[in-house]
Design a protein around this ligand. Structure first.
Ligand code: NCD
Length: 308
């Protein structure tokens, strides 16, 4: 693996390795605090972000490395008309590894063709978000102790939600995972994922229109925000944005060990009253993201722990 553009760039064995490494980093931070000394990570964010960019930057700092970059297209030469390829080519002379987010699907893939330094896709339009997927897999593994034999419900904007698309692809490789897709019809999962993943691999899935009807079967409930910025029409957004809200009442029939996840940011799709429920895992999930990104940066740069 040289770049990480699509979650399927990683084999199941590579994912196992990253999760083991991330757990070790979390438990033995001292072994890792100098491993990326004199290395630089550039974060090129052409789209807003809080967790992804800051967790990447914190990850590199905790490995003893440095960070540089920009946090919006408006503060880069994109405003002057520079192409993504040119920007990345130039930055590859300043940094050892690049994490980039872009509103256009495929932009990190195109960038990766041009440079020798590793490129990490930190989200490309409605397409993929592989480091969120690593975060999600680490959360499921830590909370459930396994990535197989799981019924996962995904709720909200399944059409534009790139975290959903990436997680489905990654989870489709584990044994006996059942997918329950909960969304209004307008925001249902794109046909290409149903065909290329569920149907092609003969994976159990169903589509439903309410959370209540499936709540008791779920081991994981993955909530998502309506992706306002990818809507073409404001009226559709306003009509759908409150469609699927998780509250204490809906949780009454859920399993005692349900794990509630959300890539965040939350708007109002999970009532803040749910935050105190022991089943709410989303803030832990955001924290795991830093450790798994540390593991990824180390792996792509080919550095290992300091065992002394
Ligand atoms: C997600 C994203 O950017 O796709 N956020 C994140 O990276 N944690 C989810 C979202 O914006 O809704």
């Amino acid at each position: 693996m040289k770049h990480l553009i699509d979650p399927m760039d990683l084999t199941v064995e590579e994912i196992d390795h990253l999760l083991v490494l991330a757990d070790d980093i979390m438990l033995h931070k001292e072994k890792y605090q100098e491993v990326c000394r004199h290395k630089k990570l550039a974060t090129l964010f052409f789209e807003p972000s809080t967790r992804t960019r800051l967790s990447f930057e914190a990850a590199m700092m905790e490995l003893g490395g440095n960070v540089l970059g920009f946090s919006s297209a408006g503060s880069s030469s994109a405003t002057k008309g520079e192409s993504v390829s040119d920007t990345v080519r130039v930055v590859s002379g300043y940094a050892d590894i690049i994490a980039m987010r872009h509103p256009k699907e495929g932009a990190p893939f195109v960038a990766a063709q041009k440079v020798d330094v590793p490129i990490i896709n930190a989200g490309d339009g409605g397409h993929n978000h592989p480091t969120q997927t690593l975060t999600d897999l680490m959360t499921i593994h830590r909370e459930k102790g396994r990535l197989s034999d799981i019924t996962i419900g995904m709720c909200g904007d399944l059409k534009f939600g790139r975290t959903v698309h990436s997680l489905i692809k990654a989870m489709s490789r584990y044994e006996n995972v059942r997918f329950v897709m909960i969304s209004p019809i307008e925001l249902r999962l794109p046909e290409y994922i149903i065909k290329d993943v569920f149907e092609k691999k003969n994976i159990a899935y169903k589509e439903v229109r309410t959370m209540e009807e499936v709540m008791p079967e779920l081991d994981i409930l993955y909530m998502t925000r309506v992706q306002k910025e990818r809507f073409f029409n404001e009226a559709d957004y306003v009509r759908l944005k409150d469609s699927f809200i998780l509250d204490e009442k809906k949780l009454k029939t859920a399993k005692k060990d349900l794990c509630i996840m959300h890539p965040l940011p939350r708007v109002n799709e999970i009532s803040t009253k749910v935050d105190d429920d022991p089943r709410a895992c989303y803030f832990k999930q955001a924290m795991y993201g830093k450790y798994v990104r540390m593991a990824l940066i180390m792996t792509l740069l080919g550095v290992s722990a300091n065992e002394n």
